[in-house]
Design a binder for this molecule. Structure first.
Ligand SMILES: *Cc1c(COP(=O)(O)O)cnc(C)c1O
Length: 404
């Protein structure tokens, strides 16, 4: 089939799932739904009691829900996912001038959070099944550039300290986090998981499923508008480490020493806590998370079935030994020839937008963004190659209710 035919087939097949977009009703990538939740009642409670800002009861309730659902022993609700990352890196010991090992396939926030601390991303390639950081690429890179100074490691090419590993679970598919954890252990590095896209995603370890974000020292979540669960804007840190959780909570609340009236602060803190209003929305949403996730799984099944007989493309499936939340359902163009891939990709995005089907390509790899052009890196062939092949399809859970 030529590119034009493949593109038409992809669009026709997608519309079987989404229904036909209309002039005033484009089909978005991932739309939040507050329908059939207690959102309004919980917001009204914030207004009635006057507790709108951080410090209200809904923040505690939301944190309890997050712990119960993920199995984490601690959750700290934060103003957004980017701040949750920045704070996690900080409490894990990342300092100005350090390097943090990170994959180049992610949303820009992952690298922004590193840069906000005055540290620099150090890019490690991904692997093509999970799209997450490649354990092999990570080991090889560390063998090549890392030298020990006492209990810490330094990059012998730049002279900078390497102080953390920050893998990302992309589109909700759990990365090879068990292998990455072993490497982190061998090099005495803290492991922080960017799980912004992975609420409801799990990987098997020693026969049991563990929630993404709980393999490393700290994991972060995002509750931005298009994520699995939205609080308007928001984020959280989850961890089983009580010392790190306590530290994060303290620094996120201006490092204030609790006292009825005195204002005493024992270090430089941030104002990172999630307001009560947002937490109230979070509780209303997490109460129906199982329903949301089962809709997403069904939607992914439908896409997989319909796309199974189209050549040159595949729907990304959940990796072996994992449960994926299928946050964004992703089409991979498998055609061998990069020229064909490029042509299918561009025509698909163009035609999709023309008819109101808002498809989205993978992010531009982060090492190609202006602020990160000079950052250290290993070979990044897989990331560069894969990122051109990936197109996210409309993934809103409520698409499952459409008659098609
Ligand atoms: C959304 C997202 C973030 C940032 O979360 P915000 O709440 O938008 O600040 C970080 N990393 C990844 C991978 C994301 O998808």
């Amino acid at each position: 089939m030529n590119a034009e035919n493949v593109v038409q087939k992809i669009l026709d097949t997608t519309i079987k799932i989404t229904g036909l977009p209309t002039k005033n009703n484009a089909i978005g990538l991932h739309e939040p739904s507050f329908l059939n939740t207690n959102s309004l009642a919980y917001l009204k409670d914030c207004i009635d009691t006057g507790w709108g800002s951080s410090g209200g009861e809904w923040v505690n309730k939301f944190e309890e829900h997050l712990c119960r659902y993920t199995g984490a022993s601690h959750a700290v609700a934060i103003s957004n996912g980017t701040d949750a990352l920045r704070l996690s890196l900080h409490v894990a010991g990342v300092k100005k001038g350090d390097e943090v090992l990170v994959p180049p396939i992610s949303f820009v926030a992952t690298c922004n959070a590193i840069a906000h601390l005055g540290a620099s991303p150090h890019f490690i390639d991904v692997e093509s099944e999970t799209l997450g950081m490649s354990p092999i690429a990570l080991s090889q890179r560390l063998e090549k550039v890392a030298i020990w100074k006492g209990k810490e490691i330094y990059n012998k090419e730049t002279g900078k300290r390497i102080s953390a590993i920050l893998p990302v679970h992309i589109f909700g598919h759990p990365s090879e986090i068990c292998l990455l954890k072993k490497i982190a252990h061998n090099w005495n590095l803290p492991l922080i998981e960017d799980s912004a896209e992975a609420l409801g995603s799990w990987r098997k370890i020693q026969g049991k499923f563990l929630h993404c974000g709980l393999f490393g020292d700290l994991g972060t979540l995002s509750f931005n508008g298009n994520k699995i669960l939205t609080t308007g804007g928001g984020g959280a840190i989850i961890t089983n480490n009580s010392i790190l959780a306590e530290k994060a909570k303290h620094i996120s609340t201006t490092a204030k020493i609790p006292h009825k009236w005195e204002f005493d602060h024992d270090q430089i803190g941030w104002n990172d806590r999630l307001p009560n209003i947002n937490a109230a929305l979070g509780v209303a949403q997490i109460e129906k998370i199982e329903e949301t996730l089962s809709k997403k799984r069904k939607l992914a099944e439908n896409y997989k079935k319909l796309f199974s007989d189209i050549h040159d493309v595949e729907i990304l499936d959940e990796p072996k030994d994992t449960v994926s939340n299928f946050w964004l359902i992703t089409l991979r163009i498998t055609n061998r020839d990069p020229k064909d891939v490029y042509s299918i990709r561009n025509q698909l995005l163009n035609k999709g937008y023309q008819i109101g089907l808002l498809l989205r390509p993978c992010w531009k790899p982060l090492h190609k963004l202006k602020p990160f052009l000079e950052c250290p890196r290993g070979g990044l062939k897989v990331a560069e190659e894969q990122s051109m092949r990936l197109i996210n399809l409309p993934s809103s859970p409520d698409l499952i209710n459409k008659k098609n």
